[in-house]
Design a protein around this ligand. Structure first.
Ligand code: SF4
Ligand code: SF3
Length: 547
């Protein structure tokens, strides 16, 4: 195996024996093979697209396959074997359809021609040198190809959520498939790959805008909301991940059953949407970010539904009350499939909940969020006034991810030590590093403004663009906004590419720079976009405040 797609990669360079995340070598290899097969599907489907015979089923397959390989999304090898077999079958069908429609497949590479069926054949291929990340010998080309691949994985995740709510955009699917083919093209230069990554940023903005539209049109605009972090004395289900449609269905099906529903991790922002406020049994948020699962799932006592990443390989003490759905999976854990119309039957989870004790209280109180673009723009006058009067000196975009590394305590310290006239704009699970600190407010504006999930980083970009307009500036970089972003998995990669596409400069990334950036690619990002890492809290605050 060789995997360096997340921030926790071994020694900052690559996991080679077993993932720091817990991924085995076999699972890593079979995930790589799925990506390999997806590239072949994209190549033949681009011919089908040119002939106007693209099928929706193919778009969905590619999106789901990419999502399954995101860090901590799917731990079930059997699902990957089945997905690869289905993918190869799909690829052959597309080839046939292209020929039938009078076209031809000129590409005769292994991506398009290799075929396998049995587990043994698939496993053998997954270990072949041409399949893995290291198949690209030139480290700069490899770096740019992987940067793009990870961006596409993030894009796929957001597109799948939008699709689940009935929203789609064919130009995003078309770009993803074109990019997957381009990744296999040895004729592309490093400059062309850099351009392609920036183009991915454009589609990153589009996909987050699409998901924002899907979420807000379906569930309303997030509102300023106090979320309870304590518990009640009823049996309950904990729901985690990012998929709001799954949550909605669970809330509907638990109505009147005496079973409560709590959010965990990235599902917390669901509480900010008006549509979910009508559920009296939607009690609050239990616990923190994904990496504390092994403790918090234990004390929750009831069933847990994982709708997306991040899943930590479960402990035996709660594995038998975990369920997965969507692109997620864990071997030995029940997976709830969607019906053809997208509905899901969660009755088994609800029945199990009734037999289990109520959650054990781990904390009490409330956290405040709901500062997506509509809320912040609704109080724009107040915000602009506070900036003009000097009450707010600087905004810090601290969106992104949380993780288990001790070095992430930096972000808690950073939030605590920021000058009192600075405001944090956050999104994603990064917020758990400081959303329970009492950082106060400035003229009634809280000093931590949580826009929502990681995809709601889009909201932060919209806010920046509107402020730029309001202040009559030429560039977002003239605003008193600094970017100190914590990253972990591949959704953060598409968020980063989207910000670069929007022209945001001087983004600092931590706790470490991505291991997949080769020294030369890192240099391009530093020279053209001012990308930087982090050092220590005191020096960094000084540096940012002087920006
Ligand atoms: Fe290592 Fe991260 Fe890949 Fe897991 S996802 S194997 S921790 S680089
Ligand atoms: Fe978190 Fe995985 Fe990235 Fe959606 S749940 S932000 S780490």
């Amino acid at each position: 195996m060789f995997c360096y797609q997340c921030q926790e990669t071994a020694k900052g360079t690559g996991c080679t024996i077993r993932g720091v995340c817990g991924k085995t070598s076999d699972l890593s290899n079979i995930q790589d093979l799925l990506i390999y097969v997806v590239k072949g599907i994209a190549i033949v489907n681009n011919r089908a697209r040119a002939l106007g015979i693209n099928k929706k089923e193919t778009d969905k397959f590619i999106v789901d396959a990419l999502f399954m390989t995101i860090t901590n999304a799917n731990w079930d090898p059997a699902r990957f074997y089945d997905k690869i077999r289905a993918g190869l079958k799909l690829r052959e069908e597309i080839k046939e359809a292209v020929v039938k429609a009078g076209g031809s497949i000129e590409n005769t590479s292994d991506f398009v021609t290799w075929y396998g069926e049995t587990d043994e054949e698939l496993k053998a291929k997954s270990e072949a040198p041409e399949v893995g990340v290291l198949a690209t010998a030139n480290e700069d080309i490899r770096s740019l190809r992987e940067l793009l691949t990870y961006g596409l994985k993030g894009m796929a995740a957001y597109l799948e959520h939008a699709n689940n709510l009935g929203y789609d955009d064919d130009s995003i699917n078309a770009f993803m498939q074109k990019a997957l083919e381009d990744i296999t093209n040895d004729a592309l230069t490093a400059d062309q790959l850099v351009a392609l990554n920036l183009e991915a940023g454009k589609y990153g903005v589009d996909v987050m805008a699409l998901l924002d539209k899907a979420n807000t049109s379906t569930y309303g605009n997030p509102e300023i909301t106090k979320v309870n972090i304590g518990v009640r004395n009823n049996p309950a289900i904990l729901v985690s991940g990012h998929d709001l449609r799954d949550l909605e269905q669970l809330l509907e099906q638990t109505k009147g059953t005496g079973v409560d529903v709590y959010t965990h991790g990235e599902m917390l922002p669901a509480h900010y949407y008006p549509a979910f406020k009508k559920y009296e049994h939607f009690v609050g948020n239990y616990g923190n970010a994904w990496w504390l699962q092994d403790k918090e799932f234990e004390s929750f006592n009831g069933p847990i539904l994982m709708t997306t990443n991040c899943i930590v390989p479960p402990k035996a003490s709660y594995k038998n009350r975990m369920f997965t759905t969507g692109s997620t999976g864990i071997d030995g854990v029940k997976h709830i499939e969607a019906n053809a119309d997208g509905t899901k039957d969660f009755s088994e989870i609800i029945e199990l909940a009734k037999t289990l004790p109520a959650p054990t209280e781990i904390e009490r109180g409330e956290i405040v969020g709901g500062f997506a673009h509509a809320t912040v723009l609704g109080i724009a006058d107040k915000v602009i006034e506070a900036v003009k009067s000097g009450a707010i000196k600087r905004f810090f975009v601290m969106a992104g991810c949380d993780g288990r590394m001790k070095s992430r305590e930096y972000y808690t310290e950073f939030a605590k030590k920021l000058p009192k006239d600075a405001v944090i704009l956050t999104a994603g699970c990064a917020k758990y590093k400081y959303n329970k600190l009492d950082l106060g407010d400035i003229n009634g504006i809280p000093r931590v403004l949580d826009a929502g999930q990681c995809n709601d980083s889009y909201s932060l970009a919209v806010i920046a663009l509107k402020l730029k307009e309001a202040f009559g500036l030429d560039s977002v970089n003239e605003l008193p906004i600094s970017y100190n972003i914590a990253w972990y998995e591949q959704k953060a990669v598409i968020v980063l590419l989207a910000l670069l596409y929007l022209g945001v400069k001087n983004i600092h990334l931590g706790p470490t720079l991505p291991g997949f950036l080769s020294p030369n690619v890192a240099k391009v990002l530093v020279e053209n976009f001012g990308i930087g890492g982090i050092t220590n809290v005191e020096d960094d605050i000084k540096m940012f405040m002087a920006q």
